[in-house]
Design a protein around this ligand. Sequence first.
Ligand code: ZN
Length: 390
Amino acid sequence: MASAWIALDDDGLNALSPGSSVTIATDCAQLILLWTQFVDVPFSPKLLRLPNHLLWLSIRHLLNDRNLRVKLIKVPTHSDDALNAQADALAQAAHTFLQPTFSPMAFYHVPCLLTFNSLPIDLNIRHFLRHIGDARNFLSFCSLARFTALGPPALFDWAGIHHCLSQIKGFAPHNNGRPEFWIFWIKLLLDMLPTLTTLQQRKPHLYSPDWLCPQCNSAPEDINHLWTCPYILPELNPCMTHKKEIAKFWNDCITAFSSQKTLPDSFCDEFSALDCWNFNTPSASCLWLTRRLLPAHLTAFLKDYFLLSTIYKVISPLLNDFQLELYGEIWLCRNVLFHAWEESQGISASSKLKTKVALLPFPLLLPLIIKTLLWRQSLRIPGFLEYPLL
Ligand SMILES: [Zn+2]
């Protein structure tokens, strides 16, 4: 592409007299390929859909306007050709420039030039508009009150969160086999899981505002309580399970990042000291990470060692594994107990559709828990995935 730009500047095609013929030697096979796609063919509106079309159409215009004939020939790469080495050096130097020192508008000679913020749009306009739409939608997403209530936007790595969201290709079973899980983690991210607190807000006529978590009866059951509930049975204790899974996630991250390249001895200690791994309290950022709200300090630390693309590529699948465990080991188990508890309250699926029901007295939970545990023995997660719990 640098070669194509050079063709437009004052020392390139612009310097040739009208009617000239010139042969350009290049080691860039891609340049020759693009030249044949753009310059050596009749104009077609389809060219406007291709990247850098303004640049190429300007070259076309220049060739036609001055009646220039250009022939490209391929030369071997790194063949100690002095001019070739100079061209490589110029291209490398141009690649390190942060910003061009000139306006690209000055070089364009095209009949129609669309701009955005005074910059030419040199890619498929439909794709460009879609990118703008995506960016605006994501800005609206980041600005949701449920996120801003947690703190300033700078607390989160929105680029990483966007990367995680972009990994969702769809909810159809043939794409990933786990549509219920994807719905779970979207609702978890958005704090839309039907916890008792949420249900109390949505349907106060069914769920008394005075009720606490049915499993421990010690605190309101909101999204964070899902992971901190001190349920008395060790096998179903969400707090212990969450700690175990966070520790595994942390360990998997260290293993995965250490396999990327050789890291200093201090990496492990400093990584482990990050606030988001404080699962004993747990810290606010640990609970954010559990929701897939990537804390900015996690990415900021890793950026000292890795490219952002590497960080997201490593963390994203590990987050999936982590949340899949939470889904199976905590959320589905909680749902079985919760549905049993709802039945004991006389809250059935049909009653949820009614505006008012007569609530039954709060029952003793223990017989239902035993019944649920016996039921669970016959079902093994992820066999639970078929259970309509969301
Ligand atoms: Zn609880």
